[in-house]
Design a protein around this ligand. Structure first.
Ligand SMILES: CC(C)(COP(=O)(O)OP(=O)(O)OC[C@H]1O[C@@H](n2cnc3c(N)ncnc32)[C@H](O)[C@@H]1OP(=O)(O)O)[C@@H](O)C(=O)NCCC(=O)NCCS
Length: 188
């Protein structure tokens, strides 16, 4: 069990369907752009792209078990952060177990999001701490995280969890736009 006093991280399962689709809907309504991706739900294994829950769950399970079929080209473990006091889903967080060349340049080992209505309550920090414990159990000695240079909330979260600034990395998009991301290492 990956948990602390307030939160528990669960693997996605069918019994979370209604809650997760409601979580997804909140992001759709909020309509934010993260790293040039509209309505992106970070750390969710791209829940925003799936209207059908079962198709998304299949993808989550493939990513967690078969690196050759995973779009990340490594095993990716997705977790749902649930608040224990009322069983509400507050966030999603994903660990990509190996840092491939692609992830080294863009994405890193860990992505996360907190639903808009539950932000600024310390949940991202707690979720990241919990996943770092899982990383230690896996035997990882460091993980890379990145965020858009304008994403102060995410950058602060990384720093609070021990992030050490590594470098600024340009990301070239197909529409000609260039985005600068800040990369941080967390040593375990
Ligand atoms: C980034 C995100 C996960 C932070 O979640 P959160 O639960 O609000 O974060 P926390 O409450 O743990 O706050 C962490 C730190 O960031 C600060 N912070 C949070 N939101 C902030 C904001 N909008 N502006 C400035 N600082 C902010 C907090 O104050 C805290 O720092 P402090 O303790 O020094 O005050 C959330 O804003 C989010 O889901 N954003 C969209 C997805 C995303 O950007 N994911 C990361 C992609 S790289």
């Amino acid at each position: 069990m990956i948990e602390n006093k307030e939160l528990i991280l669960l693997r996605p399962s069918k019994d979370l369907e209604n809650q997760l689709m409601e979580y997804r809907q909140e992001f759709m309504q909020y309509n934010e752009k993260i790293k040039k991706d509209k309505n992106n739900i970070n750390g969710s294994c791209s829940l925003h792209r799936f209207d059908l829950f079962d198709e998304w769950l299949d993808r989550v399970n493939i990513c967690a078990t078969d690196e050759s079929l995973s779009p990340y080209k490594t095993i990716a473990s997705t977790f749902i952060a649930v608040r224990k006091s009322d069983n509400k889903i507050v966030g999603t967080i994903q660990l990509r177990h190996t840092l491939t060349k692609e992830l080294r340049d863009d994405g890193g080992n860990i992505g996360y999001a907190v639903r808009p209505s539950e932000r600024r309550k310390g949940y991202a920090t707690q979720m990241l701490y919990l996943v770092l414990e899982f990383c230690k159990e896996l035997g990882l000695d460091k993980v890379l995280l990145d965020c858009d240079e304008t994403n102060i909330a995410s950058e602060k979260t990384m720093i609070k969890c021990g992030g050490i600034f590594d470098r600024k990395q340009p990301i070239y998009h197909s529409n000609g736009e260039v985005e600068i991301v800040h990369q941080y290492w967390i040593y375990l």
